[in-house]
Design a binder for this molecule. Sequence first.
Ligand code: IPM
Ligand code: MG
Length: 355
Amino acid sequence: MVKNIAVIRGDGIGPEIVEQALKVLNRIAELYGHTFSYTDVDMGGCAIDKYGDPLPDSELKKCVESDSVLLGAVGGDKWNDVPGPKRPEKGLLRLRAGMGVYSNNRPAKIWKQLADASPLKKSIVDKGIDFIIVRELIGGIYFGEHKTEGDTATDILKYSETEIERIGRIGFETARKRNKKLCSVEKSNVLDSSRLWKKVMHRLAEEYPDVELSDMLVDNCAMQIVKNPAQFDVVVTENMFGDILSDEASMITGSIGMIPSSSLGSTTCGLYEPIHGSAPDIAGKDIANPIGTILSAAMMLRYSFDMSEEADAIENAVSAYLDAGYRTADIMSDGMTKVGCSRCGDLVLENLKKE
Ligand code: IPM
Ligand code: MG
């Protein structure tokens, strides 16, 4: 197959982690006879420096016209004083909205090799951690009006039934393919938008009688994720709650550096990115963990290009790399061999075999 991938290296550790994922994609192309061509896209702080805009229309266009987008990370202290509408993160939000990718899928799965890296007690980890957070990505407080007047600042949190219903369906469909348990997370004891969320989820539940729907308040969910993560199969939630809970969920699996994500809308053109940030403090030192980005590339193959064998090959190579005892600094533990970012990429390549 021939696929055109838009590549956003971004800021901080973005370029080094993306480089490793491209190595892996190139080897997949060789092994399976595909052609991947790459279109470079500037977004984030680097685009502010170059164009004075975190995502100019011409760059967004390249993404929308691609078969899918691979993104490293954006942002950094250097652009902290840039006003809100021109911040690097604004580029990312514009990209998500411009691509219409309303459904963000963030797996929280513990690799058996990394059980010791989890900050949770062994008795909790041993019960298993394997769930997915389905986060609404282009609505809610992120996209409501933001304004500051005098000494008062306002951010509007708004959801329509249509927006809730389309992400709700993804939640139910995802649960249907797994253990058929969907937990809808909201704050319906306080927020109108959450009461609407809950109503729509229950209406949808009638169409998915095979899926068991439960409701949970977001503060309780934050607690349950550390108390008993084994209870979750699929969690569906709004944009900001999903942002916060997915950081928490990633941490109990050992490291945020290991977690990929996919964002999809109504077409197969998706956005694939690790869930961590640009980590400017370790940028350029060749110590970042590129696995979240490598696994994001695997998700791209699986969900946008229908290449599940190729995706399995990448995931197995990552597992073999961990089995061999190699660890980047973020997940380093006694008795393991510490490696840097590019060596990690090379070792994943060494373990990559046609399934
Ligand atoms: C994420 C990030 C972004 C978000 C930031 C960088 C805008 O934290 O992808 O989780 O809040 O969505
Ligand atoms: Mg986040």
